[in-house]
Write a protein that binds this ligand. Structure first.
Ligand code: PHE
Length: 336
């Protein structure tokens, strides 16, 4: 783990490498403000650990890592943004290839292009026009939908998706793709986002916009697609969805929350499975040299993994979280 105050930008940057057992650590670069730099350090450690599981479950030859730039305002101006990215690139380069970055909340393919150049190739998801695999949101959304299809089959029975009431928390780059697609398939979709300017687009796509806390509303399926940590012990006790599946990283504030959801009969699909589409796409296209056609089944395979986890949890009388960890451990032991 490296924590530095960037010498050009003055911004605190943390990079965590959780594991390099299966290969170099991979994980996105999050740009986000924190109340205290220590909160950012806690966050980057938890996010990096989750990436190790995510890569293992997706059978990618990588461990988990993450980078956090702890000041969302410091990157608003283009010139300041470059200074911050130069500071981050210096940290990444100093890790000698142990950490590969990619986009995450707050960072873009344009940032990845800069980081790729400054680090000599240690960044995924540059724009396609520059030879990268581009924005990972579409692939992430496809993975969420594969997870959702499989989980809905498991919980509600085959073919039930069209009649479901779905709440999508966050109408950002991934949330909007998932929400729009579910509405197109006939689900009654409600969404909301802290950014109220997204409302018109959502309503134009036929969604219901809500400024209420969607965790408290009654849905068949809840899709967390905003920042993590929304499911605390208290919220898990009052939440009214039957199935929770979405791409937000680190949805639970604590591991025990998985047991609370399980005891209440709520099926929670771990985010490390549901949110893996983006990273699968980036690694398959940019590193493993697969075509788009060859990559698609690897993203759809998220559905098979979800079924395996939910069946394993049911048969073993355990939570999907424990079942996912077991499966990740088994998949790490046998590299793809
Ligand atoms: N934000 C992505 C995730 O959490 C990280 C990522 C995507 C990293 C694509 C590399 C390539 O999975």
């Amino acid at each position: 783990m490296r924590v530095v105050r960037g010498r050009r930008s003055g911004v605190v940057i943390a990079v965590a490498v959780h594991s390099t057992q299966a290969g170099p650590a991979i994980g996105g670069c999050r740009i986000k403000s924190y109340p205290d730099w220590r909160d950012g350090v806690d966050d980057v450690v938890r996010l990096a650990r989750a990436m190790t599981e995510k890569a293992a479950l997706a059978r990618l030859p990588h461990g988990g890592g993450k980078a956090v730039i702890m000041d969302a305002d410091a990157v608003l101006d283009e010139r300041d943004r470059l200074l911050v990215l130069e500071d981050l690139a210096e940290v990444i380069t100093s890790l000698d290839g142990a950490y590969l970055t990619g986009p995450d909340i707050g960072s873009t393919p344009a940032d990845m292009e800069i980081l790729h150049r400054l680090t000599g190739g240690l960044a995924f998801c540059r724009p396609e026009s520059s030879g990268g695999s581009g924005n990972s949101s579409t692939a992430t959304a496809r993975g969420v939908l594969a997870a959702l299809d499989a989980a809905a089959d498991h919980v509600f029975g085959t073919g039930a998706l069209a009649d479901l009431r779905v709440g999508v928390i966050g109408y950002g780059s991934v949330g909007r793709l998932v929400a729009d697609e579910l509405a197109a398939r006939g689900c009654a979709v409600t969404t909301g986002d802290l950014d109220g300017s997204r409302r018109a687009t959502a309503e134009a796509a036929g969604l219901t916009w809500s400024t209420e806390d969607l965790l408290d509303e009654e849905f068949d399926v809840l899709v967390p697609a905003a920042v993590g940590g929304l499911l605390s012990e208290e919220r898990a006790r009052t939440c009214r969805a039957r199935l929770i599946v979405g791409p937000a990283n680190n949805q639970l504030t604590h591991d025990d929350v998985a047991s609370t959801l399980h005891e209440r009969g709520i099926t929670w699909v771990p985010d490390v499975v549901a949110g893996a589409g983006g990273i699968i796409h980036a690694v398959c296209r940019e590193e493993l040299g697969l075509t788009e056609e060859e990559t698609t089944p690897r993203i759809s395979a998220i559905g098979t993994t979800v079924t395996e986890i939910l069946t394993g949890a049911r048969d073993g009388g355990t939570t999907p979280q424990v079942a996912a960890r077991d499966l990740a451990a088994r998949r790490t032991a046998v590299p793809a």
